[in-house]
Design a binder for this molecule. Structure first.
Ligand SMILES: Cc1cc2nc3c(=O)[nH]c(=O)nc-3n(C[C@H](O)[C@H](O)[C@H](O)COP(=O)(O)OP(=O)(O)OC[C@H]3O[C@@H](n4cnc5c(N)ncnc54)[C@H](O)[C@@H]3O)c2cc1C
Length: 495
């Protein structure tokens, strides 16, 4: 049992409300926390580490660590009022059964989760428990992601209306001290993992989210459009707020209002508008997933289920381990493994290379990148991954040529040399295509291809040609065309 405070409140099943935190780890612009504060009852704030989710293949330590340190930061604010987040390690069903048996829970307040099927099913089970006990579960809408819509009529209009509403200022009243006893303590080993958050990832929490946002509008963001596709420069010029938005350290409304209302906005209107457009995309993609969370496992356009792949395991391993022999591909994979972030274009290129050049089904790589992205957000990740893999049937198929990407966006090979140090001394003129170096060049820089750095594992031109014929050919099938109509109506029609 965890004993955190002085007196024991669980003796006679005291009346309480519960706030269930999910991807909303902040203290401001927080509707469920406001609802709890507005009620006369004391409330317990829960954050759960659920073994079934921790073990699921989309999750990695970095995600859990980010949550843990975000909660820590929330507690710095909340403890001033004798309140804190109660962190439990256990399955949601057991935890809610426990709390609803030991407390007289009146309401549960949370945001609505647009997650994977596992969390959707879990939420249904929790609803059953709460309903059976007559407990009201009020789920607030997150970032204008709407539940139960049949098409996108008026979605854009409602999004702008929501984003223009005043962001909530949460206030916290002084609380009576309350002991929250529960058996869901962390195993020591798990606690050690959570504590040891490597400092080469972006620091977690609300305060850090604001720091990144502030430095973007102050200075970094003026080159946003110019640098957005460049793997090195984008690290500075992009917003870099994605983990804070994904785990809810910042709401989309807070971020967009902050950018628009900043004095620098007028001076940097074009680049800042570029970033603001993407904040809308953030919600647009999650809306797709909210409607059909099967996109985690099924082709967005079911017509693509019959398209075959070679699925060679050795190619998949080379991609995952950044040993494909294509320097920019390998540099991107190493950068994202090491830091949790690469820009949009490089993410798209990694997927394109896996699915088109290496002829691997998107499902083979989708969890690997989910684990690496510190900003992993199911609602964006799966629809985006499929868009780049060409399985939506509604978007233009884009094949990214890693040599061209490298020449255009990393012309001097600065990014490549940082992340693929084997090539640090390689002559610049061959950095994008090391296999073209002459024997003398190779002796000169002391590199043996095939030993120090791999030969390219596939022929780029040949594989792209085959993939193009396959994907465009399949696009003409009856199944793909029929499903295309349905998808367009469901996800893209704006009235
Ligand atoms: C295969 C693939 C997987 C992706 N998976 C994720 C993911 O799991 N989580 C995630 O947040 N983004 C994902 N993205 C989108 C995009 O790459 C990241 O949002 C962006 O790189 C984050 O960097 P930033 O904060 O500097 O973004 P900025 O360019 O500064 O944009 C501001 C915010 O807008 C949103 N955004 C930006 N680009 C996109 C986009 N293309 N689609 C939807 N929202 C966008 C993000 O919330 C971002 O923080 C994915 C893209 C691809 C191609």
């Amino acid at each position: 049992m965890e004993k955190s405070k002085k007196t024991t409140a669980a003796v006679s099943n005291p009346e309480v409300n519960i706030v269930w935190l999910k991807r909303d780890l902040r203290t401001q612009d927080h509707v469920p926390l406001k609802l709890a504060e507005d009620s006369a009852l004391p409330y317990i704030i829960l954050f759960l580490y659920e073994p079934s989710l921790i073990e699921y293949p989309d999750t990695s330590d970095r995600h859990l660590q980010f949550c843990y340190h975000s909660v820590k930061q929330m507690n710095e604010t909340l403890t001033k009022t004798n309140q804190s987040v109660t962190e439990c390690h256990g399955e949601a069903i057991e935890i809610f059964t426990y709390f609803t048996s030991n407390y007289s829970v009146q309401n549960v307040f949370s945001y609505r989760e647009s997650g994977i099927k596992l969390t959707w099913k879990r939420d249904k089970a929790i609803k059953k428990i709460l309903d059976s006990k007559g407990i009201n579960w009020q789920q607030s809408q997150r970032d204008n992601v709407l539940r139960g819509i049949k098409n996108r009529a008026n979605w854009d209009k409602i999004w702008y209306q929501t984003m223009n509403q005043v962001a909530l200022t949460n206030t916290y009243s002084q609380k009576e001290e309350m002991t929250i006893d529960h058996p869901f303590t962390f195993p020591q080993e798990f606690k050690n993992i959570l504590e040891n958050y490597p400092n080469f990832f972006q620091p977690a929490g609300e305060k850090n989210g604001w720091k990144y946002l502030q430095s973007f509008v102050k200075d970094r963001g003026r080159n946003y459009n110019r640098h957005i596709s460049k793997p090195t420069e984008s690290r500075l010029s992009c917003g870099r707020i994605s983990p804070y938005i994904s785990w809810g350290n910042l709401s989309v409304k807070q971020a967009s209002q902050f950018v628009v209302s900043n004095p620098n906005y007028r001076r940097n209107k074009r680049p800042f508008d570029g970033m603001l457009t993407r904040l809308k995309w953030h919600c647009h993609f999650i809306q797709k997933f909210e409607v059909e969370c099967e996109y985690e496992t099924d082709c967005l356009n079911p017509g693509y289920e019959t398209m075959g792949y070679a699925n060679k395991p050795e190619f998949l391993e080379a991609w995952k381990n950044a040993k494909t022999g294509y320097p920019l591909v390998d540099a991107c994979m190493r950068a994202v493994i090491e830091t949790g972030w690469i820009n949009f274009r490089m993410r798209a290129m990694l997927v394109s290379f896996l699915c088109f050049n290496l002829d691997n089904d998107w499902r083979k790589g989708v969890y690997h990148l989910a684990q690496q992205f510190l900003d992993y957000e199911p609602g964006i990740h799966y629809p985006q991954f499929q868009m780049q893999a060409g399985t939506t049937g509604i978007n233009t198929v884009r094949m990214y040529n890693p040599i061209k990407q490298s020449q255009d966006n990393d012309p001097e090979g600065i990014f490549i040399k940082k992340w693929v140090p084997e090539l640090r001394d390689f002559p610049d003129r061959f950095i994008h295509e090391p296999w073209k170096a002459t024997a003398i060049d190779l002796i000169d820089c002391g590199i043996t291809l095939g030993e120090d750095y791999p030969h390219p594992i596939v022929d780029l031109k040949e594989t792209a040609k085959v993939a193009r014929a396959k994907i465009w050919g399949h696009r003409k099938t009856k199944e793909v065309r029929e499903n295309k109509r349905r998808i367009v109506t469901l996800h893209t029609r704006n009235k």
